[in-house]
Design a binder for this molecule. Structure first.
Ligand SMILES: [Zn+2]
Length: 249
């Protein structure tokens, strides 16, 4: 699970922890190529593509089109891009025309919710409405099927899977770390977040599916989720931004 990429300086307003340098991304693609390449979750789930690694991008940043897309094409790889229709075309985000071009080149454009509001903050009716609107808007805008939902911030309210199904989604890509399941019938799929903290050694371990390295990430995620649960989302985000600011200074 990637987010934004950058060439040199991280643009202001972009989360530096989740913004990977383009050179590092290309180095990771070379490592992925060595183990047999990557496909999109959509290709893996619906088109019978068999690659050892699945690549996804969240948020639909402008850099997804400008930096990730050409690198993926050069390496003969595909990925899913989870976008918010409410953000498409806004400053810093990819436009409809760019996403259509990516879709025409084999990339999968999927749903990250209608806007970037955490799904846990919505009532059931609003949740159903927003998820349905997101799917229809992206399908109409791109002209290809939307069957996958990646909830913003990985926040998954109780009953999400049932509601997502009613809204036409077939799979939910969570932020819970793990290996892909053997069965394509699994509804909720795990993902591993690639942040600037992930060095080549750990990346290598993950794409080789090393259980101890992934288990360590699951434990870390579990304790972070606990802290988020205790602090609540807004207090957690404030504490996180303060910690990030401290690390930079
Ligand atoms: Zn997001």
């Amino acid at each position: 699970m990637y987010h934004a990429l950058s060439r040199g300086q991280v643009p202001p307003g972009q989360d530096p922890h989740y913004t990977l340098d383009e050179a590092r991304f290309r180095e990771q693609l070379r490592l992925v190529a060595e183990v047999g390449g990557a496909c999109s979750a959509y290709g893996w789930l619906h088109d019978g593509e068999r690659r050892p690694v699945v690549l996804t991008f969240d948020d639909g940043h402008a850099s997804n089109y400008r930096l990730a897309f050409p690198a993926l094409v050069e390496h003969g790889m595909r990925a899913d891009f989870f976008v918010n229709p409410g953000n498409i075309g806004k400053p810093g985000f990819a436009t409809w025309a760019q996403l259509r071009e990516m879709g025409a080149a084999g990339m999968s454009i999927q749903s990250h919710g209608y806007d970037h509001v955490y799904l846990t903050s919505l009532g059931r009716d609003a949740l159903r409405e927003r998820l349905h609107a997101a799917r229809i808007t992206i399908e109409d805008g791109i002209g290809s099927a939307v069957t996958l939902l990646a909830p913003p911030g990985g926040r998954m309210p109780t009953g999400l899977v049932g509601i997502a199904r009613q809204c036409g989604y077939r799979h939910v890509l969570s932020s819970r770390p793990g290996r892909l399941p053997a069965s394509r019938g699994t509804t909720v799929l795990p993902r591993l977040a690639i942040t600037t903290a992930i060095d080549a050694h750990r990346f290598h371990a993950w794409i080789h599916g090393q259980r101890t390295s992934i288990l360590r990430e699951q434990l870390r995620y579990g304790s972070l989720s606990l802290v988020k649960g205790i602090l609540g989302d807004s207090r957690y985000e404030r504490a996180r931004m303060l910690a990030l600011a401290g690390r930079r200074s």
